[in-house]
Every structure is written in C-alpha cells, then in structure tokens.
Ligand binder design. Structure first.
Ligand SMILES: Nc1ncnc2c1ncn2[C@@H]1O[C@H](COP(=O)(O)OP(=O)(O)OP(=O)(O)O)[C@@H](O)[C@H]1O
Length: 247
C-alpha cells in the first residue's frame, strides 16, 4: 500500500445516558498528515479523542492505529504504541522540575539515567523551555505549561500526536512558535497530528485537511478551503457567534 492510513476510525458511536455524543463517525488519517478537528461546543471532539486514545470505549465501531485494531486498549498501551494525546488541562507533577516531568513521560523507554536526562533535555529545548528546565513546573506561566504538556507528549516519541486545544490561553505571539514546532515535527519526523482547535487562523495555517463535527456527526471533511466555504459548515459553526474569541 502506498500512502497507508495511520489512523482509521470506523463507525464509531458513543452515547451518554441517551445523549448521542458521537454517531457513526468515520475517517482516516494518512501518515504524516495534519488533521484539524473543529466544531461547535459539545460537537463530540473531546469524546472522539477520548475514544481514539483509549480513555473511553465506544459503544460501536473501531479505532485502528498503524493497521491494528486498538479499540478498547488502555491509554497507556496506545501511548506506548505511539499514539499520544495532550490534555486541555495540564497536570504536571507540581513538585518536580520541568526536566523531570518530561523525563518521567519517557521512563518506559528503558533508557539509562543519563540517556533519559539527555533525551528529556533535548525535548525541553526543542519546545523552547530550556531556560526553565530546572525550575519547578508550577512556576511556569500558561504558555509554559502548554509547552510542557507538548514536551511530555513528545518525550514519548509519538508517531501520532493528538492535541486538544494546545493554543487555548495563548496570545497570538505565543501561538506562532507552537505552530512552527508542529510543522517542523511533521517535516522532520513525519509525525501525524490530529488537533482540536477553535482558533480558525491556526487551523487554516496548519491543517492539510479539516474534520468538522456537529452534534456527534461528521459534517464535512476536506481541505481548509473546502470546509470553510461549505454552507453547512458556515451554518453549523463558522457563522455562529464566536464562543472562543480569537484574541
Ligand atoms: N462523561 C460524560 N458524561 C456525560 N456526558 C458527556 C460526557 N462527556 C461528554 N459528554 C457530552 O457529550 C457531548 C460531546 O461532548 P464533548 O466534550 O466531546 O464535545 P466537544 O466538541 O469537545 O466540546 P467543547 O468544544 O466544548 O470542548 C456533550 O453534550 C457533552 O455534554
């Protein structure tokens, strides 16, 4: 197979006490692709990530990663296999340094202490937290915490990164380097990225394709230009009062 899909979501459904959070969601992501995921509040974006990353079991359907069915696998197992997510709310180990927090994320890789430290430092520098490496993680401002969350994911050497609003809470000047870093990761390491994002300028800039969810269903899937000119997408999402103002 030429360009194999690295993530395949097939017929995924999930209800919470009668509420259809996801219904028959289907899409594939090619290796090295950057897929933006957009949609109104409550559309099911986070639920989709929870299912793909193993935090929730779907009521129906399958998730395949690199050709293997990973439906129902634990988040840990999926992460170790190479599909790693970040969280909207960052919870680093407060008493630990930035460097140790990143090292901890890579602990399963059975590096020697020295190698682990080198690897962690490399990742910390890569995300621009070099000057903060030895500071306690709670001293980081929001933008720093976001970078730390990204660093912890990168320390696992992911093949697929699932990013849940990594830009939220950042001012535009802080967003640019994060977007650059993601583009670089794809370019240099072929990392596949799925990112949930409300900031449309970022979606337009970074995404190869955009998946639009609305009321738990796939409303559209196409290039940024295609989806932003799709009347149904404008109706359901883009035309609405912005609930997440682009500061
Ligand atoms: N654990 C849960 N128990 C009950 N209902 C849930 C649960 N998780 C999500 N839901 C509901 O499922 C629907 C989809 O929620 P989800 O968080 O996936 O949407 P979202 O697109 O990520 O929204 P947002 O943009 O606000 O983060 C919502 O109606 C939500 O209230």
């Amino acid at each position: 197979m030429a360009s194999m899909s690295i993530v395949k979501v097939a017929g995924v459904g999930k209800s919470f006490r009668g509420l259809h959070a996801l219904s028959d969601v289907e899409f594939e992501v090619a290796e090295g692709e950057i897929l933006g995921i957009i949609g109104p509040n409550g559309a099911g974006k986070t639920t989709l990530f929870n299912i793909v990353a193993g935090a929730l079991k779907p009521d129906a359907g399958q998730v395949a990663f690199a050709g293997r069915d990973v439906t129902g696998h634990t988040p840990d197992r999926i992460a170790r296999a190479g599909m790693v997510r970040t969280f909207q709310l960052m919870r680093p180990f407060a008493s630990m340094s930035v460097l140790d927090n990143v090292g901890l994320a890579a602990q399963h890789r059975r590096f020697s202490r020295r190698k682990l430290r080198e690897h962690a430092l490399d990742v910390v520098e890569r995300v621009g937290l070099g000057p903060w490496a030895h500071r306690v993680s709670t001293e980081l401002p929001t933008a720093g915490l976001k970078r730390l969350e990204l660093a912890r994911a990168l320390a696992m050497r992911p093949k697929v990164l699932l990013l849940d609003e990594v830009l939220a809470g950042l001012v535009p000047a802080e967003r640019e380097p994060v977007l650059d870093l993601l583009a670089l990761l794809r370019e240099q390491e072929g990392v596949t990225v799925l990112f949930i994002e409300h900031i449309m300028a970022a979606v337009m800039r970074l995404a190869d394709r955009v998946l639009v969810l609305d009321q738990g269903r796939v409303l559209a899937l196409g290039s940024p230009e295609e989806v932003t000119s799709d009347a149904r997408v404008i109706d359901a999402y883009l035309g609405e009062e912005p609930t997440h103002a682009d500061a």
